[in-house]
Ligand binder design. Structure first.
Ligand code: FAD
Length: 439
């Protein structure tokens, strides 16, 4: 099993993946059963403690941080039950996506879609609306058909669209403020293979062909580089072709070019920020061209060894092109010294109350900055553009919004607040940071 428990302990400093958040939990616990989670919640109620659950700590803000009680579900991983006919599985909420993919595959099943890494916990990924790309595919929370939750009053609720239609829509993306999710039931599909193709294209041509690329491919995303012309196009489509042998070239491309070489170039950029334009152009010229076939869970995930900070916004799908054009213009005007590519994806709209894709087919645009390089001015300038176009921030990534602004972006905000008051009347899940987001 993939464990990160060793990195979390009572009284010791905990940091998230990028290092942007630090906290010192007074008490860190690793429950092994639902009953233990219930008694942890009751202890918090009795002693007036604040509680946060941490998955893999891959969010860029303090949404998983706690200086009081920190709960990790690393000991609650694996499959609870599978229904091969109905193509559903109930899994423990702490299960890491990589393990989940392999366990489901053993049962002949696979997830409809995933993001670009597989180290998150299923509950953490679902709770922030983690998404992949695909115009016809929703975020991971849309795969959920049932949740077992220990609420802020210490009750265990089995929540489905049938049993608790309102609570379910609130819980699907709830950042751990409605309760501790202990089990997640997923709607899956038969295991399937994808063919992945990476190619280079001038950004202007890519922007012209956006509708076609997005509709002709099950998964389409592109990365464009500041101050550079070529962008990387990534396409994935279902195939019956045999899985490719893992070639030496794949390893060179995945590990050496995308991580080791890019890491070295990033260090150069950090030490001599004036080189960032050059680094961006060089990286754009090295975009890998090639294809491979594998089972979906093995292809979605990539290795991310170079650490960075990130902001990502959801936008109406049709805003992709105009927003990118404004970002290009602003990058030319400002002196942001950024060499990381901008990641652009699509997702289908949904009806989850706090989903950034609520009520609209969506574009997602993500900006990154190498760890240790100043991101504030760059992210603030990009955020202003996103907000002008109706942007909603990704819940797991950096943004500057607080409750008042968020409220204006979500039609079901008040309904969510009512459910939150009911399920967590003592506000045990509202740390100072969460309070800023929700109250
Ligand atoms: C390198 C990298 C790549 C990424 N790629 C993508 C991507 O492709 N697409 C995308 O959309 N996002 C992406 N993300 C963001 C990431 O998927 C989200 O931040 C996700 O929430 C992280 O999962 P986690 O298990 O680390 O959760 P954490 O960051 O630990 O927690 C996230 C939230 O979930 C809550 N939570 C966790 N477990 C539970 C539980 N059992 N019950 C209730 N609440 C819980 C936490 O309290 C917190 O509010 C990426 C992040 C990184 C660092």
């Amino acid at each position: 099993m993939l464990r990160m428990s060793m990195t979390i302990s009572s009284g010791k400093t905990w940091t998230n993946w990028s290092g942007s958040v630090q906290a010192t939990p007074a008490k860190a616990v690793f429950p092994r059963s639902i009953e233990e989670v219930v008694s942890i919640v009751r202890e918090c109620l009795r002693e007036g403690r604040k509680l946060r659950v941490v998955g893999s700590g891959h969010s860029f803000t303090a949404i998983a941080a706690s200086n009081d009680m920190l709960v990790s579900l690393d000991e609650l991983q694996g499959i609870v039950s599978v229904d091969p006919e109905g193509q559903t599985a109930a899994v423990w909420a702490g299960t890491k996506l990589k393990l989940l993919g392999e366990l489901l595959f053993e049962q002949g099943l696979g997830q409809q879609n995933m993001g670009d890494i597989d180290v998150q916990s299923i509950a953490g990924a679902v709770s922030t609306g983690t998404h992949g790309t695909g115009r016809e595919l929703g975020n991971l929370a849309t795969q959920v058909v049932g949740l077992t939750v220990v609420t802020g009053t210490g009750e265990v609720v089995e929540c489905t669209p049938e049993s608790h239609p309102e609570w379910f829509k609130a819980m699907q993306i709830s950042l751990g403020v409605l309760g501790v999710i202990v089990q997640v039931k997923l709607k899956l599909r038969k295991a399937y293979k994808l063919e992945y193709r990476s190619s280079r294209m001038p950004l202007a041509s890519c922007l012209q062909q956006l509708p076609r690329l997005a509709t002709d491919n099950r998964h389409f995303e592109f990365y464009w580089f500041p101050y550079a012309d070529p962008c990387q196009i990534k396409l994935m489509n279902i195939t019956e072709k045999p899985a490719s042998e893992r070639k030496m070239w794949d390893h060179i491309s995945d590990v050496w070019i995308e991580n080791t070489l890019f890491g070295l170039l990033s260090e150069i950029s950090r030490k001599v920020p004036g080189t960032s334009k050059w680094v961006s152009r060089l990286s754009a010229s090295q975009v890998p061209v090639g294809s491979k076939v594998n089972y979906s869970h093995r292809l979605f995930a990539t290795q991310r060894l170079v650490r960075f900070n990130e902001m990502e916004y959801n936008l109406p799908a049709e805003a992709m092109k105009p927003v990118i054009e404004e970002m290009r213009a602003e990058q030319k005007r400002g002196r942001y010294r950024v060499h990381f590519p901008i990641e652009c994806r699509y997702a289908k709209g949904d009806d989850i109350w706090l989903s950034p894709a609520h009520g609209r087919d969506s574009a997602y645009i993500a900006v990154h900055m190498y760890k240790g390089m100043p991101h504030e001015d760059y992210f603030a300038a990009m955020e202003r553009i996103f907000l002008r176009h109706g942007g909603r921030p990704h819940w797991g990534k950096m943004h500057s919004l607080q409750a008042e602004q968020l409220k204006a972006l979500y039609p079901k905000w008040e309904s969510f607040a009512e459910v939150r008051e009911k399920l967590d009347p003592e506000r045990i899940f509202l740390t100072d940071y969460m309070q800023k987001l929700f109250v």
